[in-house]
Write a protein that binds this ligand. Structure first.
Ligand SMILES: Cc1cc2nc3c(=O)[nH]c(=O)nc-3n(C[C@H](O)[C@H](O)[C@H](O)COP(=O)(O)OP(=O)(O)OC[C@H]3O[C@@H](n4cnc5c(N)ncnc54)[C@H](O)[C@@H]3O)c2cc1C
Length: 481
């Protein structure tokens, strides 16, 4: 069996692992990174950027967000059901981390909101093709280059299987190399950063009760099987709840023009299987809230409904709300898109000439939906007495054809599972650090309580990069001692 020796092994090269490797190497440690995939970057290659609070961009843009304000918001949102010390440390470090990344050559477009009611904490990475998905892959490239410059060794296609413990302390890791041969790496410290279990259907079912592909449509990258969680628990770390980082989705829109998701993602009339409204639809843009609402309904489904005059309005004027993810207000190819969905036999979309027919197709009692639509149309002439929806989004549904789409719970993957303290030391049931064991990123992300905190966007990549750095600092200090 091939054997390596180093001071710190970083398990995985997503943003948490990459940041941990760079930081530990900067602090003088000898580091080997084992990554299961053939490339580095993990899920963050799909995303756009991390959170920063109190950054120079926010100051330049006159955005009023401070560590104090964000901390209060966060603690109230989570009902203080989380580790205040870790959150404070993460937020406090986040502005420095933006500059730390810039020192490696990462550039940022500025600080952005995800949706109107969120804060501008999302630091979108600049690319050579403008703002858009996958921008953060540029950040990962810079981290990778910096780590290599600092002498970090990367073993790609090398999944870690086990943490070797001796006398209660980390003594090495067991992995398989790209030829399937077992290797051991002797080390004093191991940092686990394997990104959670977003593609592990069994673990998701067991831990959260959701059935992936039925009532949950996760868009996690492949390969996130919760191996880091298992290894940490086996090595003595305490097990905390594993949760879904919720984001609602309109199923089947990936194969259709973006206008379809864009139209149905607007604050339209939203009903459940009983034909009843379930929320103030202004908040649909917060996809975590929307996923929570959907998860509480019969069959875990809701329907976003528009009539032809609303579609006409959107086509003529552009949709009400765009985001950095759905940037284009132009939905002029909506009709082609919905026709394509029908031709493909996509069961998530419905068209009908009357509200009654639409209800029947959606499996809702027609009288119930007719009553809801009548009531909603009355609110459109006055005020929304039911859920206080903003007047500007209240548009009556009266002209067929009517269009509807299923809205389902979705998720970026899982968060949480390994107990850590504010130094990212993995801790046992007695809250004592397991000597030499650290965790960062999604594997250790127990900070949202029951719902992802989208009001401060960039939060999960921000958490990954910042806890990666904290774990790197702690591990370097430990091996030096
Ligand atoms: C489409 C999409 C868009 C997103 N956009 C944003 C955004 O703009 N802002 C934001 O804040 N968040 C965003 N996120 C979430 C964010 O990307 C994640 O929170 C973040 O990447 C988590 O970082 P991580 O390092 O913990 O894990 P990951 O990035 O998931 O990386 C985990 C790595 O572990 C490797 N691995 C797994 N098992 C092993 C093993 N046994 N041995 C070795 N390696 C292993 C995997 O191959 C992977 O490379 C997005 C997510 C998705 C899916």
């Amino acid at each position: 069996m091939k054997e390596y020796k180093t001071q710190v092994v970083v398990i995985a090269a997503g943003p948490a692992g990459l940041s941990a490797a760079v930081q530990a190497a900067e602090d003088g440690a000898e580091v080997i990174v084992c990554e299961k995939a053939a490339a580095v970057g993990g899920a963050a290659n799909m995303g756009m950027g991390p959170l920063g609070i109190g950054t120079k961009y926010q100051k330049q843009q006159m955005i009023d967000i401070s560590v104090e304000k964000a901390f209060h918001m966060f603690m109230e949102y989570t009902h203080y059901n989380v580790d205040a010390r870790l959150i404070k440390k993460y937020f406090e470090q986040s502005a420095d981390t933006i500059e730390w990344l810039e020192d490696m050559g990462v550039e940022f477009e500025g600080a952005f909101r995800y949706f109107p009611k969120s804060e501008a904490t999302w630091h979108i990475v600049k690319t050579d093709t403008g703002i858009g998905p996958r921008a953060a892959s540029f950040m990962n490239k810079a981290l990778y280059a910096k780590a290599q410059e600092l002498g970090v060794t990367f073993l790609l296609e090398t999944p870690v299987k086990k943490i070797i413990m001796e006398d209660g302390k980390v003594a090495g890791v067991l992995a398989t190399d790209k030829n399937g041969e077992e290797i051991t790496i002797k080390c004093k410290a191991a940092i686990i950063a394997t990104g959670g279990a977003g593609s592990n259907k069994e673990l998701i079912k067991e831990e959260t009760g959701f059935t992936h592909g039925k009532d949950l449509f996760s868009f996690a990258i492949p390969g996130l099987m919760g191996e880091g969680l298992r290894m940490a628990w086996e090595a003595g770390a305490d097990k905390l709840p594993v949760r879904i980082e919720m984001a609602a989705s309109i199923e089947g829109t990936d194969e259709l023009p973006g206008s379809v998701a864009n139209v149905f993602g607007q604050p339209n009339l939203l009903v459940n299987k009983h034909g009843k409204r379930v929320m103030n639809e202004d908040y649909m843009q917060n996809v975590t809230y929307l996923a929570n609402v959907v998860s509480h309904q019969k069959d875990k489904v809701c329907f976003s409904i528009v009539d032809s005059s609303i579609v006409k309005y959107y086509v003529r004027n552009g949709v009400d709300n765009v985001s950095l993810v759905r940037t284009n207000p132009d939905v002029s190819d909506f009709y082609e898109g919905i026709e394509l969905a029908q031709d493909n036999g996509n069961p998530a979309f419905y068209i009908a000439d009357t509200v009654e027919q639409l209800a029947e197709r959606m499996g809702i009692h027609p009288d119930a939906l007719v009553d809801t639509v009548d009531e909603y149309n009355d609110y459109c002439e006055g005020v929304d007495e039911e859920f206080f929806k903003e007047k500007k989004y209240l548009r009556p549904l009266s002209k067929g054809p009517f269009y509807a789409a299923q809205v389902r719970a979705g998720g970026y993957g899982t968060v949480g599972g390994i107990r850590i303290n504010e130094n990212c030391e993995a801790c046992d049931k007695d809250f004592e650090p397991v000597p030499g064991l650290y965790a960062a990123g999604a594997d250790s992300c127990n900070i949202y309580d029951d719902s992802y905190m989208f009001l401060l966007p960039g939060n999960s990549m921000g958490y990954a990069v910042n806890t990666g750095r904290i774990a790197g600092m702690s591990a370097a200090e430990y091996v030096e001692e």
